[in-house]
Design a protein around this ligand. Structure first.
Ligand SMILES: [Zn+2]
Length: 139
């Protein structure tokens, strides 16, 4: 339920040893203090069974139901084996993405090689016009 940014920051935080005083407070629930950008560490409570009952007193999460990087760090600290599992999953997803990219690129090469000269001219012109329009659009 955390955003991608919170996930990565939380992972950094736990690897930097910012989670202090981790203590279990029930089944799948933990309290901790997590050092953030403020002078004092944030007080964090995570409940993995009732995620929405987790809280943190940082400005991002306090008074909301957001899952912040401090909560993520606390969960990773409580379940360190999840760190490798998470990294492995990301690696697999990246490999899969790369394979799809390569397959798509090969398809594109086949398509271009199949075109006749006048078709190539038209396709190139269309691509250049589209590129120009996008460039204008972003300016
Ligand atoms: Zn927080």
């Amino acid at each position: 339920m955390a955003s991608g940014a919170s996930l990565w920051c939380g992972l950094d935080y736990v690897e930097q040893g910012r989670v202090k005083n981790l203590r279990p407070v029930g089944k799948g629930a933990f309290d901790a203090e997590v050092e953030g950008s403020a002078n004092l560490p944030y007080t964090v409570h995570v409940d993995t069974a009732h995620v929405r009952q987790s809280y943190c007193d940082c400005p991002h999460a306090a008074g909301t139901r957001r899952i912040c990087k401090h909560m993520v760090a606390t969960v990773f600290a409580a379940y360190p084996q999840q760190i490798d599992a998470f990294k492995w999953e990301i690696e697999q997803a990246e490999l899969e993405y790369k394979r799809e990219e390569e397959a798509h690129r090969a398809e594109l090469v086949r398509y271009v090689n199949s075109l006749k000269k006048d078709e190539l001219r038209k396709a190139l012109l269309d691509a250049l016009i589209e590129l120009e329009e996008r460039h204008d659009h972003w300016r």
